[in-house]
Ligand binder design. Structure first.
Ligand SMILES: NC(=O)c1ccc[n+]([C@@H]2O[C@H](COP(=O)([O-])OP(=O)(O)OC[C@H]3O[C@@H](n4cnc5c(N)ncnc54)[C@H](OP(=O)(O)O)[C@@H]3O)[C@@H](O)[C@H]2O)c1
Length: 319
């Protein structure tokens, strides 16, 4: 299949381009800078220039690639710990306007499948209960644009599938590197009683989920899938294990009120919310089988790759 990947230069895109080519697809990667275009071409995929916030440029890029499927992995998630509502503005635009521009271009090309990345966080946290794809949605202000984007894909004229990813874990991902840096310096504590569930997804398995959807477009069209590890665990189990495999000191426990002062109420709400995402549907319907099904396997792989590499915690983490 001819496939255009938007967000080709991101963590997931970089891992996806070679895997798509190995699977025999003809792959195009959308990039908005000369550096990004070069990165795409180095993978063997064909670079096409475009910014998803520019409707004309997006249409030109899609016409050039003439894809049968589009994978939208674009986002602009803020790289700060203490996040303010305005920090989300660009991400909200990429989600809503960018996705609308790509969907309009996809319509013109009559694509067979539009694969859209979303996040498990669009669901309301549920404590110990499992979260499946029908679970109630979040009312958190940071997530409303992502919910609007989901609605656009669900109601679009082209067949679309929504992949709700758990927290993405990759040795080259900024958020993972920040967790490593913070754990090593004793700056990533267990908050409160640590009972919140964490759902993770290794980048190789996130990529596998995209490949599964593209392999069965007729099944995937119109569906929503959680893409998560198979055994989400509590923060009080995950963080000490991660610290151990990194050779870091055991994480301290910090009362919720103190974490709120340090990180801000809105950020804390996201970090301490309990997400026990079920991956049952994507396993059943698309044959997804994670290579890293537990936090132990995920963190062990990350620790091996980052061994010997030092990452500097962002300034607001150190503050
Ligand atoms: N990270 C997580 O924990 C997590 C969890 C759930 C879901 N997701 C979702 O999974 C997807 C992939 O995440 P990721 O970690 O791979 O993201 P990432 O590394 O931050 O990459 C974002 C990509 O979007 C591109 N982009 C941003 N604005 C653009 C624009 N206006 N026009 C064209 N391209 C633009 C970036 O291009 P440049 O290189 O030019 O900046 C980059 O290729 C995203 O949709 C993300 O929201 C992530």
């Amino acid at each position: 299949m001819r496939i255009l990947v938007a967000g080709a230069t991101g963590v997931m895109g970089r891992a996806l381009l070679p895997r798509l080519q190995e699977a025999g697809h003809t792959v195009f990667g959308l990039a908005r800078t000369p550096h990004g275009l070069l990165d795409v071409s180095l993978t063997g995929a064909t670079p096409v220039r475009g910014d998803v916030l520019d409707a004309d440029a997006t249409l030109r890029a899609v016409r050039e690639a003439r894809p049968e499927a589009i994978v939208n992995l674009t986002s602009a998630i803020p790289r700060r710990l203490r996040v303010h509502p305005e920090d989300w503005a660009e991400n909200d635009r990429v989600r809503v306007e960018g996705t609308a521009n790509l969907l309009a271009a996809a319509h013109e090309m009559s694509v067979r499948l539009f694969v859209q990345s979303s996040a498990g966080y669009v669901c309301a946290p549920r404590g110990e209960d499992w979260i499946d794809e029908e679970a109630p949605l979040s009312t958190h202000p940071f997530l409303q644009a992502t919910l609007r984007m989901e609605e656009q894909v669900r109601t679009a004229s082209v067949p679309g599938v929504l992949l709700r990813f758990a927290a993405l874990m990759a040795a080259d991902a900024w958020h993972t590197q920040q967790s490593v840096a913070a754990l090593r310096r004793g700056l990533l504590p267990i908050i409160g009683d640590g009972s919140a569930y964490l759902s993770l997804i290794h980048v190789d398995d996130a990529v596998q989920a995209v490949l599964c959807a593209l392999a069965r477009p007729d099944v995937a069209a119109g569906r929503i899938y959680n893409v998560a590890d198979s055994a989400p665990a509590r923060m009080q189990e995950v963080l000490p294990f991660a610290a151990r495999v990194l050779g870091a000191p055991p994480p301290r426990t910090v009362p919720t009120f103190l974490a709120r002062m340090l990180a801000g109420a809105l950020t804390l709400e996201v970090f301490t919310a309990s997400y026990r995402l079920s991956n049952a549907r994507i396993r059943r319907e698309l044959g997804f089988e994670p290579r890293y099904p537990t936090y132990q396997e995920i963190w062990t792989q990350i620790a091996q790759v980052v061994s010997g590499q030092d990452f500097v915690p962002s300034t607001d983490l150190r503050a």
